[in-house]
Design a protein around this ligand. Structure first.
Ligand code: 3PG
Length: 421
C-alpha cells in the first residue's frame, strides 16, 4: 500500500496547490517538450475534472545556470497536452498571486513562476524551517491542500517540496504514487546475473555519489556524458575540462567532485568502463577520435564514439538487469545520438530487466521511436530514482508519509501547522 494519502482520498472542489517537476532541457532558450509534461498533465487533468482550482508550482534549472528561466513556455506546453487553458503569472507569491488565485473558478489552472527564482526555496533545510518561510506561509493561507506529484525532485529539501506538507493536508499525486511504487519495488529486487548501470547526462555529482552507494550491488558501470569525461580526466586523459569561458559543464563539477571521483576509481575502478573514443562536430559533421590519440582538448565532445557504443552494447547483451540514468551524448541532435540510441536498442533487444531513468533520457525513447514496452520501467526521475535504488529515503516522500500518519492517528484533530505557529 502506498504509505501516503493519494488523490483517492482528496475531497472534490478544493483549492489545490500542486507541485510538479517540469524541469526540462532548454536549447537556445527554447524549452524542450518531454515525458514530464505528458505524465504530469494526467494528474492536472484529473484534478481539474474534479472541480479543483489548480495552482501549480514547479522549478526550471538551477540558480546561476542558463537554463534557470521563466515557466511561461511550460504553461504553453502543458496547455497543449491538456487542451485546457493554463494561465501563467510571473510571480510566485504576494499580492498579484493572491489576487489571481482568488479569481480562479472550479476547474481552472494557474501556473506560478519558477520556484528557484525565490530566495525562500533554497537552500536545502529542515522541513520545519522551510514551513516557516514567507513563501510557504503566504501560499498556505490561501489554498486548501497540497499535492506533491514531483517524485523526480523529491530528494531535495526545498520549500516547495517539503514546507507545505507541514502546513497543509498533503497528498501524493498520480505520478508521485506510480513512481514511488515502481521504484520502491525495483529497489527491493535481487538479480542472479550481471547488473549493469549506464550513467551519463550533465549532472556528474549525482552520479558519483550514487556510484559510491551502489558499487557493491552493481557489477559494471558504463560511463558517458560529463561524468564520463571527468572520470577520463581522473584517469589521466586530457579531457574533462571546459575549453571556453562561457561553458560551465566540466570545471565546476571537477572542482566539486574530483576527490570523490578518485575515491570511486580507487575502490571500484575494476567495475568502471570508460569511453575509448569520443565524437565531436567539425564543419557540420560528426567526427570521432580515439581517447588515446587526444593530446589536448580542443573541442566539445558531444557523444561517445561508435567503438565505445558497441562495446557497451555487448556488456548490456550479457546483463540480467540494466539501469540507465542520463544520456551518453547530445541525442537531440541525430549526429550525436549514436551512444544513447545504441545502448537503448541493445536493452530493448535483450531479455534483461531494464529501467530507464531521467527526464531527458526517457525523452530519447520517444524521439527515436523505441518501443516503450521493451523497458520494464521508464522513470521521469533521474537523481531521485538513483537514490531510491540505494534504498535512501526521499525527503519529499517522507514528509508526505508523516502527514499521512498524523492524519490517521488523529484525523479529527488534524490542523494545518500554519495556524498554530
Ligand atoms: C531533475 O531534473 O532531476 C529534477 O528536476 C531535479 O533537478 P535538480 O537536480 O536541479 O534538483
Amino acid at each position: 500500500m502506498t504509505p501516503f494519502r493519494t488523490l483517492d482520498s482528496l475531497p472534490d472542489a478544493q483549492r489545490v496547490l500542486l507541485r510538479l517537476d517540469l524541469n526540462s532541457p532548454v536549447e537556445s532558450g527554447k524549452v524542450q517538450d518531454n515525458r514530464r509534461f505528458t505524465r504530469h498533465s494526467q494528474t492536472v487533468a484529473e484534478l481539474a475534472s474534479k472541480d479543483h482550482q489548480v495552482i501549480i508550482l514547479a522549478h526550471q534549472g538551477r540558480p546561476g545556470n542558463r537554463d534557470c528561466i521563466s515557466l511561461a513556455q511550460h504553461a504553453d506546453i502543458l496547455e497543449s497536452y491538456l487542451n485546457h487553458e493554463v494561465a501563467f503569472i510571473d510571480d510566485t507569491y504576494g499580492a498579484r498571486v493572491t489576487d489571481a488565485i482568488e479569481k480562479l473558478e472550479p476547474g481552472q489552472i494557474l501556473l506560478l513562476e519558477n520556484t528557484r527564482m525565490l530566495d525562500d526555496e533554497l537552500p536545502e533545510e529542515d522541513p520545519t524551517v522551510k514551513a516557516n518561510t514567507e513563501f510557504v506561509q503566504s501560499l498556505s493561507a490561501i489554498v486548501d491542500c497540497y499535492v506533491n506529484d514531483a517524485y523526480s525532485t523529491a530528494h531535495r529539501s526545498h520549500a516547495s517540496l517539503v514546507g507545505f506538507a507541514r502546513t497543509l493536508p498533503a497528498y501524493g499525486g498520480r505520478v508521485m504514487q506510480a513512481e514511488y511504487d515502481a521504484n520502491t519495488a525495483i529497489a527491493g529486487k535481487e538479480f542472479d546475473g550481471q547488473v549493469t548501470m549506464v550513467l551519463g547526462g550533465t549532472k556528474a555529482g549525482d552520479i558519483i555519489e550514487m556510484m559510491e552507494y551502489l558499487g557493491e550491488t552493481v557489477d559494471t558501470f558504463l560511463l558517458g556524458g560529463i561524468a564520463g569525461e571527468l572520470f577520463l580526466r581522473a584517469s589521466g586523459a586530457p579531457v574533462g575540462y571546459d575549453i571556453q569561458t562561457e561553458t560551465d559543464q566540466c570545471d565546476t563539477q571537477w572542482k566539486e567532485n574530483h576527490a570523490s571521483i578518485k575515491t570511486v576509481l580507487a575502490e571500484y575502478g575494476g567495475q568502471i568502463e570508460l569511453p575509448t573514443d569520443l565524437a565531436y562536430e567539425i564543419t557540420g559533421n560528426r567526427k570521432e577520435q580515439a581517447v588515446a590519440g587526444i593530446d589536448k582538448k580542443e573541442t566539445f565532445y558531444l557523444d561517445i564514439g561508435t567503438e565505445t557504443a558497441m562495446r557497451y552494447a555487448d556488456v548490456i547483451r550479457d546483463s540480467t538487469a540494466v539501469f540507465v540514468k542520463g544520456a551518453l551524448g547530445v541525442f537531440e541532435d541525430e549526429r550525436f545520438a549514436v551512444g544513447t540510441v545504441t545502448i537503448l536498442e541493445a536493452i530493448a533487444d535483450t531479455d534483461c530487466f531494464s529501467v530507464v531513468g531521467g527526464g531527458d533520457t526517457s525523452r530519447a525513447v520517444g524521439i527515436y521511436n523505441l518501443d516503450a514496452d521493451s523497458f520494464d520501467h521508464i522513470s521521469i526521475a533521474g537523481g531521485a530514482y538513483l537514490r531510491a535504488l540505494t534504498g535512501e529515503p526521499l525527503v519529499g516522500v517522507e514528509v508526505l508519509k508523516s502527514g499521512w500518519c498524523e492524519w490517521n492517528i488523529c484525523e479529527w484533530a488534524y490542523a494545518p501547522i500554519h495556524t498554530t505557529i
